[in-house]
Design a protein around this ligand. Structure first.
Ligand code: HEC
Length: 128
């Protein structure tokens, strides 16, 4: 009985950790229905909120990874992953830059603008 319970607890903890610290239990923030993201607006927001780590040219910095990289193509990191990262931050898992902290005050609509900008720039270098 005791052993069984211990095993169960250990498996639950392992499952939570292996699924990205329970991130799957969190809901991705949703933009306003019918919202039209605008890459130009996204650039302004990105430069202010994300560029210190991800780079003004989206090529990364010493504090964060580049987005003009196949790892971040839409099929690997969909738009919801941008919403999740901005709201909740993300654990270091692809790189060695450390964890990304949540970006305080950024709204789901703003993140949708930012994502539209990132996708536009990715398409420009053939990442789609
Ligand atoms: C303080 C530095 C920092 C800031 C500011 C920052 N990021 Fe990050 N971001 C990181 C790091 C570091 C990672 C890489 C984590 C890893 O190893 O996978 C990351 C990863 C990501 C990812 C990938 C998440 C995943 O699921 O793998 C997305 C999407 C992202 N950031 C979006 C953003 C957006 C959008 C902004 C601005 C609103 C932003 N970041 C601002 C440091 C930052």
């Amino acid at each position: 009985m005791f052993h069984h319970h211990t095993w169960l607890t250990a498996s639950v903890v392992w499952l939570l950790m292996s699924s990205g610290a329970g991130a799957q239990a969190l809901q991705a923030p949703q933009p306003t229905p019918g919202f039209m993201p605008n890459p130009a607006q996204g650039k302004r927001l990105f430069d202010k909120q994300c560029a210190t780590c991800h780079g003004l040219d989206l090529q990364g910095t010493r504090q964060g990874p580049p987005f003009l990289h196949p790892v971040y193509e839409p099929s690997h990191h969909g738009d919801a992953s941008f919403q999740m990262a901005a709201r909740y931050g993300t654990r270091a898992h692809h790189w060695k830059f450390g964890d990304m902290p949540p970006v305080p005050g950024v709204t789901a609509d703003e993140v949708a603008h930012i994502t539209a900008y990132v996708r536009q720039q990715q398409r420009g270098v053939g990442i789609r």
